[in-house]
Design a protein around this ligand. Structure first.
Ligand code: VGL
Ligand code: ZN
Length: 235
């Protein structure tokens, strides 16, 4: 009779049992890695620098090798974007302001379309990635999330893409943990995907307690927060 498909035997089976016992997560064909906003403006020296942001690049490259499906995001604002403090007289970066669609943190000008600061980090080595989602391109609406802009109604198309590729679980890494990573993870859950944030492959802005709040919101929404050593390749 034909062997039961997918049943690991011998050393593979022992490895799978050891992985399960150690709580490791096996990456398979229904998993995608979402690499969020690894752009120069979020790196040390950039316009909206995230401390130690460049440290995640080699780790993200290693993680990428576990995944057949990799999607990158790119913050992509027109000059004069509504999320820029410089667009609102009398307002300074890192203040919060009420816009039509809700509260918006105001930022230094960053990731302006076509600028060097908007470029993805040259050290990224993810040759299998076939999709880059650009977001925040509407002059009047920000988008931290890779799924849905801050008006909560304008989709980027990522949900449909992932469904068409039969993805059921997304792993999220990149910048920044408390903004674009967290919103992407929360929207992944809202869209019905399993969502796992690989925390050591992320760095945070941590403006006024934002990292603690984001971690609590993610955990409440069923987002798993893990370390990269918990991920393992399928046997
Ligand atoms: C981000 C603030 C503004 C991010 C993007 O990538 O987390 N944060 N735009
Ligand atoms: Zn932005």
């Amino acid at each position: 009779p034909p062997k039961a498909p997918g049943r690991a035997r011998g050393p593979d089976r022992r490895q799978a049992a050891a992985d399960a016992a150690a709580g490791r997560i096996t990456i398979g064909g229904h998993d995608a890695l979402l690499v969020v906003d690894l752009q120069y403006d979020f790196m040390p020296g950039g316009a909206l620098a995230v401390a130690d942001g460049d440290a995640v690049v080699p780790l993200v490259n290693r993680l990428g090798r576990l995944f057949a499906e990799v999607v990158l995001t790119q913050d992509w604002h027109p000059a004069g974007h509504t999320s820029f403090a410089s667009s609102h007289a009398g307002h300074a970066p890192f203040q919060t302001m009420d816009l039509d669609y809700g509260a918006q943190v105001l930022w230094p000008d960053h990731c302006v379309q076509g600028s060097r600061g908007a470029d993805l980090h040259d050290g990224l080595d993810l040759p299998q990635a076939r999709l880059v989602i650009r977001k925040g391109d509407d002059p009047a609406v920000d988008s931290y999330s890779a799924f849905l802009a801050a008006d909560r109604t304008s989709p980027t198309g990522l949900e449909g893409y992932l469904r068409s590729r039969r993805i059921t679980r997304v792993f999220i890494c990149g910048l920044a943990t408390d903004f674009c990573v967290a919103w992407t993870a929360l929207d992944a859950r809202a869209a019905g995907f399993e969502a796992v944030v690989v925390e050591d492959a992320c760095r945070a802005i941590d403006n006024d307690g934002s990292l603690d709040r984001a971690r609590q919101q993610m955990q409440a929404a069923g987002v798993r927060l893990v370390g990269s050593t918990e991920l393992t390749a399928a046997a």
